[in-house]
Design a protein around this ligand. Structure first.
Ligand code: ADP
Ligand code: MG
Length: 146
């Protein structure tokens, strides 16, 4: 599924709609360059899950943040990590999956074959405030469409 966003509010709104469809155990991998809008999308997802979007930050120092909502929401940002070996050392896999809903920025760092099934969301800067957002792996047949 390919969507267009023409501003940060629209990206957050797409995140909100996506967040409303997620289920416990879902893991969303976000791909895209710095400034593509990943954190903006996460804020929308978080608010759909009952987390105050102001609490969601670019996580420059926290690699993993867990929010005590039901189901628990986990936001990871792998930007500062080197690659999949570093990812192993964070203990990321102890936090995600299970009954949580997890979102991972810089999912590129998980390597070619992530060790879990991901809903993949790619964000691409198309100039000015335009972004192209591609979502794959949502099992669209049993969820209503965005
Ligand atoms: P990332 O987490 O991918 O590095 P952020 O969400 O932190 O990106 O930042 C995106 C930046 O781009 C913000 O400054 C935001 O205001 C700006 N921006 C402009 N247009 C958009 C858009 N359509 N969607 C998301 N962010 C946008
Ligand atoms: Mg970010």
């Amino acid at each position: 599924m390919r969507l267009k966003s023409s501003g940060p509010e629209e990206t957050a709104a797409i995140g909100f709609r996506l967040g409303s469809m997620l289920r416990p155990g879902d893991i969303v991998g976000l791909y895209g360059d710095l400034g593509a809008g990943k954190t903006t999308l996460v804020k929308g997802i978080a608010s759909a899950l009952g987390v105050d979007s102001r609490d969601v930050t670019s996580a420059s120092y926290t690699i993993i943040a867990e929010y005590p909502v039901d189901p628990p929401f986990v936001h990871a940002d792998l930007y500062r990590l080197g690659g999949s070996d570093d990812v192993e050392n964070t203990g990321l896999w102890d936090y995600i999956g299970k009954d949580s809903i997890s979102v991972i920025e810089w999912a590129e760092k998980l390597g070619e074959a992530p060790p879990c099934k991901l809903i993949r969301v790619c964000l691409e800067d198309k100039g000015n405030d335009m972004r192209e957002i591609t979502i794959e792996g949502m099992d669209e047949k049993d969820r209503c469409s965005l």
